[in-house]
Design a protein around this ligand. Structure first.
Ligand code: HEM
Ligand code: HEM
Length: 286
């Protein structure tokens, strides 16, 4: 959100240098500098917290969840790369590309932390029986494609927001995401409607997605109408566009959770083959 406030307030070029700001640790906090500088401070705190998380995961006892250890270091790598892209944007090196890549990596970093949180949660650890998905395409695949479609849509949104091209690809992306979200949701309902956890995850995904479509029209109004009425970004313009960026992140988070839940609850082909094999051996023993 702090990053989106920089973009929406047109404050990306308010501080010309990095890592210092106007050659100082604390620059004069006026105009766009307030947004850009606050974003850097918050980014610094996020880097420190991610570093602590990686260290904590390395030494924590994580029986059955050991994959979290490298994920902590991956998150740190991503956030450092994110700061690097932020610095490229400040130095105005290919600003459209660096700003779009910066907005995209922010979402990938966020996805990693959301996934890590679910993986470390008590829900992931609790004993639950497998759900059988015998139909094709499988729900795991549909959920994964939905998450990828939303990520692609965020990239198209960022490229549009930073001036790489017009809104058409982003509108086409919204149509694809709509199809995927509805398809995955209906499939989850028709095959596993009785599973309360999956139902809740689908409701979250549909709610954030619906809200995001509405915010999309609001952001469009902000860009097409509000932005032409005033030389400076108005409060309403900033609120609507930042809300749409935030809504994008929340829709992605809901989809990541939904997808990981399908992977946790529905066995993959390897696990299925193993369970058939053990059932056959048990039969032979009897
Ligand atoms: C934790 C690390 C960081 C995260 C998660 C992050 C995230 C973001 C996000 C989400 C945006 C909004 C993009 C958009 O609205 O399209 C943004 C914008 C921006 N960030 Fe960061 N950022 C981080 C670190 C940094 C750092 C260290 C710098 C400076 C060196 C920086 C400089 C900028 C600039 C200049 C913009 C505005 C880009 C534009 O409008 O063209 N960021 N950031
Ligand atoms: C699932 C559907 C959608 C998602 C996930 C989504 C996501 C996003 C994201 C994340 C951004 C900003 C990216 C960034 O810079 O970091 C964006 C920009 C934008 N989106 Fe969407 N969007 C969706 C649908 C729509 C729809 C239906 C419309 C219009 C009717 C729309 C209009 C816009 C506009 C106008 C911007 C640019 C805002 C600006 O320049 O400040 N979006 N979208």
């Amino acid at each position: 959100m702090a990053g989106a406030l920089v973009t929406s307030n047109d404050a990306a070029d308010s501080v010309p240098d990095w890592p210092l700001a106007y050659g100082k640790l604390i620059p004069p906090l006026v105009g766009g500098i307030r947004f850009e500088y606050a974003h850097r401070v918050i980014a610094g705190i996020v880097v420190i917290l991610t570093f602590l998380l990686a260290i904590w995961l390395t030494f924590a006892k994580l029986a059955g969840r050991r994959a979290a250890k490298p994920l902590g270091w991956l998150a740190l790598l991503l956030v450092l790369a994110q700061a690097g892209l932020g610095a490229l944007r400040v130095e105005e090196i290919h600003p459209i590309v660096s700003a779009t890549a910066h907005a995209t990596l922010a979402q990938i970093f966020f996805m990693t932390l959301v996934g890590l949180s679910l993986y470390l949660s008590p829900w992931w650890q609790k004993d639950s029986s497998w759900l059988e998905d015998r139909k094709s395409p499988g729900l795991r695949l549909l959920a994964t494609l939905t998450t990828l479609a939303i990520l692609a849509q965020l990239i198209l949104g960022a490229a549009f927001r930073h001036g790489a091209f017009g809104i058409d690809p982003h509108l086409a992306g919204a149509a694809v995401v709509t199809v995927m979200v509805v398809w995955a949701g209906r499939t989850a309902k028709s095959r596993f409607g009785g599973n309360a956890d999956l139902r809740r995850a689908t409701i979250f995904l549909h709610s954030f997605f619906g809200l995001q479509i509405l915010l999309g029209f609001a952001a469009w109004y902000a860009v097409r109408v509000l932005a032409t009425q005033s030389a400076q970004p108005t409060f309403l313009y900033v609120t609507l566009t930042v809300a749409h960026v935030l809504g994008g992140a929340l829709t992605l988070a809901a989809s990541v959770i939904f997808t990981l839940m399908t992977f946790r609850l529905i066995p993959g082909p390897a696990a299925e083959a193993q369970s058939v094999h053990s059932a056959e051996s048990a039969g032979a023993l009897r």
